[in-house]
Design a protein around this ligand. Structure first.
Ligand code: MTE
Length: 314
Protein backbone atom coordinates (compact mmCIF):
# COMPACT_ATOMS: atom_id res chain seq x y z
CA UNK A 1 0.00 0.00 0.00
CA UNK A 2 1.50 3.36 -0.99
CA UNK A 3 2.20 5.55 2.00
CA UNK A 4 1.85 9.27 1.43
CA UNK A 5 4.30 11.25 3.52
CA UNK A 6 3.18 14.87 3.39
CA UNK A 7 5.85 17.39 2.47
CA UNK A 8 6.33 20.49 4.62
CA UNK A 9 4.17 22.65 2.39
CA UNK A 10 1.28 20.20 2.05
CA UNK A 11 -1.77 20.90 4.17
CA UNK A 12 -4.49 18.56 5.38
CA UNK A 13 -7.92 19.56 4.03
CA UNK A 14 -8.92 20.50 7.58
CA UNK A 15 -6.26 23.20 7.61
CA UNK A 16 -7.38 24.80 4.36
CA UNK A 17 -8.90 28.25 4.59
CA UNK A 18 -12.71 27.95 4.39
CA UNK A 19 -14.15 29.07 1.06
CA UNK A 20 -16.25 31.86 2.51
CA UNK A 21 -13.14 33.41 4.02
CA UNK A 22 -11.23 33.13 0.76
CA UNK A 23 -14.08 34.78 -1.09
CA UNK A 24 -14.44 37.37 1.66
CA UNK A 25 -10.74 37.99 1.36
CA UNK A 26 -11.00 38.50 -2.39
CA UNK A 27 -13.67 41.08 -1.75
CA UNK A 28 -11.48 42.69 0.88
CA UNK A 29 -8.53 42.62 -1.52
CA UNK A 30 -10.35 45.12 -3.64
CA UNK A 31 -9.80 47.33 -0.64
CA UNK A 32 -6.71 45.69 0.80
CA UNK A 33 -5.21 42.52 2.19
CA UNK A 34 -7.36 40.58 4.63
CA UNK A 35 -5.94 38.45 7.41
CA UNK A 36 -6.21 34.73 6.84
CA UNK A 37 -4.42 33.00 9.65
CA UNK A 38 -5.93 29.55 9.82
CA UNK A 39 -4.52 27.95 6.70
CA UNK A 40 -0.93 29.09 6.90
CA UNK A 41 1.61 26.33 6.85
CA UNK A 42 4.93 28.09 7.33
CA UNK A 43 6.64 27.03 10.59
CA UNK A 44 6.91 30.61 11.85
CA UNK A 45 3.15 30.88 11.58
CA UNK A 46 2.31 27.51 13.03
CA UNK A 47 1.41 29.13 16.34
CA UNK A 48 -1.29 31.17 14.64
CA UNK A 49 -4.85 30.86 15.93
CA UNK A 50 -6.58 27.68 14.81
CA UNK A 51 -9.54 29.40 13.21
CA UNK A 52 -9.37 31.67 10.18
CA UNK A 53 -9.60 35.42 10.60
CA UNK A 54 -10.59 37.81 7.85
CA UNK A 55 -10.52 41.56 8.07
CA UNK A 56 -11.84 44.24 5.77
CA UNK A 57 -9.75 47.35 5.28
CA UNK A 58 -11.07 50.44 7.04
CA UNK A 59 -10.49 53.29 4.59
CA UNK A 60 -11.29 56.07 7.06
CA UNK A 61 -7.58 56.72 7.63
CA UNK A 62 -5.94 57.33 4.23
CA UNK A 63 -2.19 56.73 4.53
CA UNK A 64 -1.29 58.88 1.50
CA UNK A 65 2.04 57.10 1.26
CA UNK A 66 3.32 53.99 -0.48
CA UNK A 67 3.39 50.84 1.64
CA UNK A 68 6.77 50.02 3.15
CA UNK A 69 8.12 46.73 1.77
CA UNK A 70 7.19 43.97 4.21
CA UNK A 71 10.78 42.73 4.52
CA UNK A 72 11.92 46.18 5.72
CA UNK A 73 9.12 46.55 8.26
CA UNK A 74 9.79 43.08 9.67
CA UNK A 75 13.60 43.17 9.71
CA UNK A 76 14.37 46.68 11.02
CA UNK A 77 12.88 46.79 14.51
CA UNK A 78 13.16 48.27 17.94
CA UNK A 79 12.53 45.58 20.55
CA UNK A 80 15.01 46.04 23.37
CA UNK A 81 13.92 42.89 25.21
CA UNK A 82 15.61 41.02 22.35
CA UNK A 83 18.60 43.35 22.01
CA UNK A 84 19.42 46.97 21.34
CA UNK A 85 20.25 46.64 17.64
CA UNK A 86 17.69 46.84 14.83
CA UNK A 87 18.38 43.19 13.91
CA UNK A 88 16.35 41.39 16.55
CA UNK A 89 13.97 39.50 14.26
CA UNK A 90 15.80 36.16 14.43
CA UNK A 91 16.11 36.19 18.24
CA UNK A 92 12.51 37.33 18.62
CA UNK A 93 11.30 34.11 16.97
CA UNK A 94 11.87 32.49 20.39
CA UNK A 95 8.74 34.23 21.62
CA UNK A 96 5.84 31.73 21.50
CA UNK A 97 2.72 33.50 20.20
CA UNK A 98 0.34 30.86 21.61
CA UNK A 99 -0.90 30.15 24.18
CA UNK A 100 -1.23 33.83 25.09
CA UNK A 101 -3.39 35.60 27.62
CA UNK A 102 -3.74 39.18 28.79
CA UNK A 103 -4.40 40.31 32.34
CA UNK A 104 -6.89 43.16 32.69
CA UNK A 105 -6.32 44.50 36.19
CA UNK A 106 -6.16 47.46 38.54
CA UNK A 107 -9.17 49.79 38.73
CA UNK A 108 -11.65 47.58 36.86
CA UNK A 109 -15.03 46.14 37.85
CA UNK A 110 -13.56 42.64 37.95
CA UNK A 111 -9.90 41.78 37.27
CA UNK A 112 -9.62 39.05 34.65
CA UNK A 113 -7.13 37.13 32.59
CA UNK A 114 -8.44 36.54 29.10
CA UNK A 115 -7.06 34.17 26.46
CA UNK A 116 -6.15 36.03 23.29
CA UNK A 117 -8.25 33.74 21.09
CA UNK A 118 -11.25 34.25 23.40
CA UNK A 119 -10.69 37.99 23.24
CA UNK A 120 -10.55 37.88 19.43
CA UNK A 121 -13.99 36.24 19.36
CA UNK A 122 -15.41 39.28 21.16
CA UNK A 123 -14.03 42.07 18.97
CA UNK A 124 -14.38 42.99 15.31
CA UNK A 125 -11.19 42.83 13.31
CA UNK A 126 -10.36 45.34 10.62
CA UNK A 127 -7.31 46.33 8.64
CA UNK A 128 -5.84 49.82 8.85
CA UNK A 129 -2.96 51.17 6.79
CA UNK A 130 -1.19 53.51 9.18
CA UNK A 131 1.90 55.67 9.27
CA UNK A 132 4.23 54.76 12.12
CA UNK A 133 6.81 57.38 13.17
CA UNK A 134 9.75 56.46 15.40
CA UNK A 135 11.24 59.12 17.64
CA UNK A 136 14.55 58.31 15.88
CA UNK A 137 13.11 59.99 12.73
CA UNK A 138 12.43 56.93 10.58
CA UNK A 139 8.93 56.00 9.49
CA UNK A 140 6.98 53.25 7.81
CA UNK A 141 3.49 52.78 6.38
CA UNK A 142 2.06 49.31 6.92
CA UNK A 143 -1.25 47.42 6.97
CA UNK A 144 -2.12 46.32 10.50
CA UNK A 145 -4.98 44.00 11.40
CA UNK A 146 -6.60 44.48 14.77
CA UNK A 147 -9.42 46.13 16.64
CA UNK A 148 -10.15 49.46 18.28
CA UNK A 149 -8.84 49.78 21.83
CA UNK A 150 -12.29 51.14 22.73
CA UNK A 151 -13.62 47.58 22.31
CA UNK A 152 -11.14 46.31 24.88
CA UNK A 153 -12.15 49.11 27.24
CA UNK A 154 -15.72 47.75 27.18
CA UNK A 155 -14.49 44.27 28.07
CA UNK A 156 -12.16 45.55 30.82
CA UNK A 157 -14.87 47.80 32.34
CA UNK A 158 -12.64 50.34 34.15
CA UNK A 159 -14.03 52.07 37.25
CA UNK A 160 -14.80 55.79 37.19
CA UNK A 161 -11.70 56.36 39.33
CA UNK A 162 -9.42 55.00 36.56
CA UNK A 163 -7.64 57.85 34.77
CA UNK A 164 -4.80 56.04 32.95
CA UNK A 165 -4.12 52.82 31.07
CA UNK A 166 -0.78 51.06 31.49
CA UNK A 167 0.41 48.65 28.78
CA UNK A 168 2.97 46.13 30.02
CA UNK A 169 5.07 43.90 27.77
CA UNK A 170 5.79 40.28 28.66
CA UNK A 171 8.91 39.93 30.80
CA UNK A 172 10.47 36.50 30.25
CA UNK A 173 14.23 36.32 30.91
CA UNK A 174 14.34 32.75 29.55
CA UNK A 175 13.62 33.97 26.02
CA UNK A 176 14.48 37.68 26.11
CA UNK A 177 18.24 38.21 26.32
CA UNK A 178 17.83 41.99 26.53
CA UNK A 179 16.40 41.65 30.04
CA UNK A 180 19.95 40.85 31.24
CA UNK A 181 20.81 44.48 30.55
CA UNK A 182 19.95 45.40 34.09
CA UNK A 183 20.36 49.16 33.63
CA UNK A 184 17.05 49.23 31.74
CA UNK A 185 13.93 49.60 33.93
CA UNK A 186 12.13 46.39 32.89
CA UNK A 187 9.40 45.52 32.23
CA UNK A 188 8.68 47.76 29.22
CA UNK A 189 5.63 49.76 30.15
CA UNK A 190 3.82 52.52 28.34
CA UNK A 191 0.69 54.44 29.18
CA UNK A 192 -2.01 56.82 28.08
CA UNK A 193 -5.08 58.52 29.46
CA UNK A 194 -8.47 56.78 29.35
CA UNK A 195 -9.59 59.41 26.80
CA UNK A 196 -6.64 58.55 24.53
CA UNK A 197 -7.37 54.83 24.84
CA UNK A 198 -11.02 55.47 23.96
CA UNK A 199 -10.06 57.53 20.89
CA UNK A 200 -10.89 55.76 17.64
CA UNK A 201 -7.24 55.89 16.50
CA UNK A 202 -5.92 53.83 19.43
CA UNK A 203 -5.61 50.38 17.90
CA UNK A 204 -4.73 46.89 19.15
CA UNK A 205 -2.81 45.06 16.44
CA UNK A 206 -2.72 41.29 15.98
CA UNK A 207 -1.72 41.17 12.32
CA UNK A 208 0.62 42.76 9.80
CA UNK A 209 0.44 42.47 5.99
CA UNK A 210 -2.51 40.11 6.31
CA UNK A 211 -0.58 37.65 8.52
CA UNK A 212 -0.37 37.14 12.27
CA UNK A 213 1.74 39.87 13.84
CA UNK A 214 5.31 38.52 13.99
CA UNK A 215 7.15 38.58 17.33
CA UNK A 216 9.65 41.24 16.24
CA UNK A 217 6.79 43.65 15.51
CA UNK A 218 5.13 42.95 18.85
CA UNK A 219 3.13 39.80 18.22
CA UNK A 220 0.81 38.44 19.22
CA UNK A 221 -0.78 41.70 20.50
CA UNK A 222 0.48 45.26 20.61
CA UNK A 223 -1.00 48.69 21.08
CA UNK A 224 -0.64 51.41 18.43
CA UNK A 225 -0.84 55.17 18.90
CA UNK A 226 -0.27 56.28 15.29
CA UNK A 227 -0.20 59.98 16.26
CA UNK A 228 2.56 59.52 18.84
CA UNK A 229 6.20 58.53 18.56
CA UNK A 230 6.55 54.78 18.11
CA UNK A 231 7.99 54.11 21.58
CA UNK A 232 4.49 54.58 23.01
CA UNK A 233 3.31 51.51 21.06
CA UNK A 234 4.24 48.73 23.49
CA UNK A 235 4.76 45.24 22.06
CA UNK A 236 3.72 41.70 23.08
CA UNK A 237 1.35 42.87 25.81
CA UNK A 238 0.87 40.64 28.85
CA UNK A 239 -0.95 43.06 31.17
CA UNK A 240 -3.20 46.07 30.76
CA UNK A 241 -3.67 47.93 34.04
CA UNK A 242 -5.98 50.80 34.96
CA UNK A 243 -4.65 53.36 37.43
CA UNK A 244 -5.52 56.64 39.03
CA UNK A 245 -1.97 57.98 38.80
CA UNK A 246 0.01 58.67 35.65
CA UNK A 247 2.48 55.87 34.95
CA UNK A 248 6.16 56.61 34.35
CA UNK A 249 7.05 54.67 31.26
CA UNK A 250 10.20 52.73 30.37
CA UNK A 251 11.88 55.49 28.33
CA UNK A 252 10.69 58.25 30.64
CA UNK A 253 12.34 56.47 33.59
CA UNK A 254 15.56 56.23 31.62
CA UNK A 255 15.68 59.78 30.27
CA UNK A 256 12.69 61.99 31.01
CA UNK A 257 14.23 65.05 29.34
CA UNK A 258 14.10 63.18 26.01
CA UNK A 259 11.07 60.90 26.33
CA UNK A 260 7.92 62.04 28.10
CA UNK A 261 4.41 60.79 28.77
CA UNK A 262 2.58 62.43 25.85
CA UNK A 263 5.12 62.07 23.00
CA UNK A 264 2.82 63.41 20.29
CA UNK A 265 4.57 63.85 16.94
CA UNK A 266 5.45 67.46 16.15
CA UNK A 267 7.95 68.52 13.45
CA UNK A 268 8.55 71.83 15.22
CA UNK A 269 9.64 70.40 18.56
CA UNK A 270 13.10 68.89 18.12
CA UNK A 271 14.40 65.99 20.15
CA UNK A 272 17.18 67.41 22.38
CA UNK A 273 19.73 65.67 20.13
CA UNK A 274 18.18 65.87 16.62
CA UNK A 275 15.56 67.59 14.52
CA UNK A 276 12.09 66.09 14.10
CA UNK A 277 11.32 68.20 11.00
CA UNK A 278 11.71 65.33 8.53
CA UNK A 279 11.67 61.53 8.58
CA UNK A 280 13.38 58.77 6.57
CA UNK A 281 11.04 56.30 4.92
CA UNK A 282 12.10 52.71 5.65
CA UNK A 283 12.95 50.85 2.48
CA UNK A 284 14.13 53.98 0.65
CA UNK A 285 16.50 56.87 1.21
CA UNK A 286 13.68 59.34 0.80
CA UNK A 287 13.15 61.99 3.49
CA UNK A 288 9.75 63.59 3.79
CA UNK A 289 8.41 66.36 6.03
CA UNK A 290 7.02 65.18 9.37
CA UNK A 291 3.40 66.07 10.09
CA UNK A 292 1.89 67.37 13.33
CA UNK A 293 0.27 64.42 15.16
CA UNK A 294 1.78 62.33 12.34
CA UNK A 295 -1.02 63.65 10.13
CA UNK A 296 -3.84 62.37 12.38
CA UNK A 297 -4.70 65.70 14.05
CA UNK A 298 -8.27 65.67 12.72
CA UNK A 299 -8.92 62.61 14.90
CA UNK A 300 -6.85 63.37 17.99
CA UNK A 301 -6.05 67.09 18.40
CA UNK A 302 -9.16 67.65 20.56
CA UNK A 303 -7.75 65.30 23.19
CA UNK A 304 -5.19 67.95 24.13
CA UNK A 305 -7.38 71.02 24.50
CA UNK A 306 -6.71 72.63 27.86
CA UNK A 307 -3.46 70.70 28.29
CA UNK A 308 -1.23 73.26 26.60
CA UNK A 309 0.97 73.59 29.70
CA UNK A 310 1.94 69.91 29.47
CA UNK A 311 5.00 68.70 27.52
CA UNK A 312 2.71 67.40 24.78
CA UNK A 313 5.40 66.83 22.15
CA UNK A 314 8.22 65.15 24.12
N1 MTE B 1 7.90 47.68 22.86
C1 MTE B 1 8.74 46.94 23.62
N2 MTE B 1 8.22 46.06 24.46
N3 MTE B 1 10.09 47.05 23.53
C2 MTE B 1 10.67 47.98 22.69
O1 MTE B 1 11.92 48.07 22.66
N4 MTE B 1 10.31 49.76 21.05
C3 MTE B 1 9.40 50.84 20.68
C4 MTE B 1 8.03 50.30 20.28
N5 MTE B 1 7.56 49.31 21.22
C5 MTE B 1 9.82 48.79 21.89
C6 MTE B 1 8.42 48.59 21.99
C7 MTE B 1 9.93 51.69 19.63
S1 MTE B 1 11.16 52.77 20.06
C8 MTE B 1 9.40 51.69 18.36
S2 MTE B 1 9.85 52.85 17.21
C9 MTE B 1 8.45 50.67 17.95
O2 MTE B 1 8.14 49.73 18.97
C10 MTE B 1 9.01 49.91 16.76
O3 MTE B 1 8.05 49.05 16.24
P1 MTE B 1 8.40 48.15 14.98
O4 MTE B 1 9.64 47.36 15.30
O5 MTE B 1 7.19 47.28 14.76
O6 MTE B 1 8.64 49.10 13.84
Amino acid sequence: MPIHIPRGWELPDSAATPEHLVLGRRRAMGLGAGLIAGGLAAPALAQAPASGLAAMRNTRYPAERALTPERDATSYNNYYEFGSSKSVAATAQRLPLRPWSIKLEGLVEKPQEIGLDDLLKRVSLEERVLRHRCVEAWAMTVPWTGFAMSELLKIAAPLASAKYVVFETLRDPAIMPGLRQSWYPWPYIEGCTIAEAANEMCFMAVGLYGKPLPPQNGGPLRVLFPWKYGFKSGKSLATIRFTETRPVSFWEKLQSSEYGFWANVNPEVPHPRWSQATERLLGSDERVPTKLFNGYGAFVADLYQGLEKERLFV
